[in-house]
Ligand binder design. Structure first.
Ligand code: IMP
Length: 443
């Protein structure tokens, strides 16, 4: 195709970042210019469309135009890599001369993209099998597939402590990218004379992390570079971490040995607080869009919903009112379910959104929905943070779902086991030994 460069990118599991998995003809600086935000960087790709950029230096869809200019890149064409009809990656072709791409070029790129899709899917399957193999015996089912390129298997670390750090991040489900960006620090005669490449970028925290080896001479040098980086790039959030610092950082989010008092009894973290908050912002956006121009009554069932309700409502750009209910749970004593606390205000003729922490068998929600429908609201929809679909007995309609969770007992972020764990800032899986075959016993 007479191209000067090419790169193959993979979308991370949350479809937020494009990460390079293969390249040809591009300089190290260009490749390490930073993680590409999938929504800012050619959003049409996410919708499965081909993107053509005639002049990279002037097109506002290009995220790092100065670097493109410095590298002499003029035209770019991006073709989505589609898996099961959804964008899972992209192929980008770069040229130094401004040029158009013919129909034959485009059709050739689509064929290559189809081949990439097969490779991506095989790689993902391979990772799933590896993960399953590693965790078999320890837990029944692996619920989270790590994003394709940022896994321990596919990253070659410069230092063993970096691999340890990545393992810890994986354990706490904190997404990471290894050395995604190099920052030029010094120039000489128009050329870059010195660069700094932090070890990790944690997208959820928008934080770069550089690990230290604790050797004093190296530490002084790193501190100097960091000072320079902060001066040149004040918007960049970077931390120099030694092991102790790292443990303190985790403790701030309620994880790790220093946050142990809180996480005793937790097998593993399923969703970090940052991930929950991000998902809630997306849900709130969808709800605000769907109810534009209307007033909404949010109804929650006490007590598990408190954290979710509090965070969700803050992100709704609508006039809302709140109400709560409480119900009795199954106690095996021959009693039938009872509403122990009913609504304060009438919902007749109102738009009602039932907010739930988790839908498991669906029996609770089914009961509540029929109770609410009897009051003739103008509309009645359901928003649940967690959907334990595998255990559903009653088919209840869910309009907004945060996460589909595996068939495990989860606690934290409002959810309890025998009244405890509600205050954890994350959602974690309870040690199976603690439950000893009991069903959920919500309070
Ligand atoms: P249902 O089975 O859908 O009726 O769910 C009933 C209630 O059980 C939920 O509202 C939660 O309070 C509780 N529950 C179900 N699964 C879990 C879990 O994994 N952790 C904590 N509470 C749960």
């Amino acid at each position: 195709m007479q191209a000067n460069g090419c790169r193959i990118l993979s979308l991370n599991s949350q479809k937020e970042y494009l990460i390079t998995v293969g390249t040809y003809g591009l300089s190290d600086l260009y490749l390490k210019k930073g993680p590409l935000d999938a929504r800012k960087s050619l959003p049409d790709i996410l919708e499965g469309k081909v993107v053509f950029i005639a002049d990279a230096a002037k097109d506002e869809r290009v995220q790092y135009p100065q670097i493109a200019l410095a590298q002499g890149i003029s035209s770019i064409i991006g073709v989505p890599v589609l898996g099961k009809g959804e964008t899972i990656g992209e192929i980008r072709i770069y040229t130094h001369e401004p040029r158009q791409f013919s129909e034959a070029d485009r059709s050739f790129l689509h064929s290559v993209a189809d081949m990439c899709a097969v490779v991506f899917e095989r790689a993902e399957l391979h990772q799933l099998l590896e993960q399953d193999h590693k965790t078999r015996g320890r837990r029944k089912k692996s619920s989270q597939v790590p994003p394709l390129p940022t896994t321990l298997e596919s990253s070659s670390f410069a230092h063993p402590s970096e691999e340890d750090f990545a393992k810890l991040l994986d354990f706490y489900c904190i997404e990471w990218l290894y050395e995604p960006r190099s920052f030029p620090l010094r120039w000489q005669g128009g050329k870059i004379a010195e660069m700094f490449t932090p070890d990790f970028y944690l997208p959820e925290l928008d934080l770069y992390v550089e690990l230290t080896t604790l050797k004093q001479n190296l530490l002084t040098e790193k501190n100097r570079k960091l000072r320079q980086l902060r001066e040149l790039y004040p918007e960049v959030n970077i931390r120099l971490l030694n092991k102790n610092d790292f443990l303190k950082l985790l403790a701030k989010y309620g994880y790790g040995p220093l946050g142990e008092a809180k996480v005793e009894g937790i097998d593993r973290v399923l969703y970090s607080n940052a991930k929950i908050q991000r998902r809630i912002r997306t849900l709130a956006r969808h709800i605000s869009r769907d109810y534009t121009g209307q007033r909404l009554v949010l109804i929650g069932i006490l007590k598990g919903v408190v954290c979710f309700m509090a965070d969700l409502m803050q992100h709704l750009s609508l006039p809302v009112t709140l109400d709560f209910m409480a119900i009795s749970y199954y106690g095996g004593d021959g009693q039938v379910v009872k509403i122990t606390r009913d609504l304060d205000s009438s919902i007749t003729g109102q738009h009602v959104l039932m907010v739930e922490d988790i839908v498991d068998t669906g029996m609770t929600l089914n009961y509540i929905l029929s109770h609410l429908s009897a009051h003739n609201p103008a509309s009645l929809r359901v928003c649940t943070l967690l959907d334990k679909r595998a255990r559903r007995l009653v088919n209840v309609p869910l309009d907004y779902v945060g996460f589909e969770v595996p068939d495990e007992f989860v606690v934290g972020y409002g959810l309890d086991y025998k009244g405890e764990y509600r205050n954890l800032p994350f959602i974690g899986i309870l040690h199976p030994e603690l439950i000893k075959g009991e069903g959920p016993t919500p309070t």
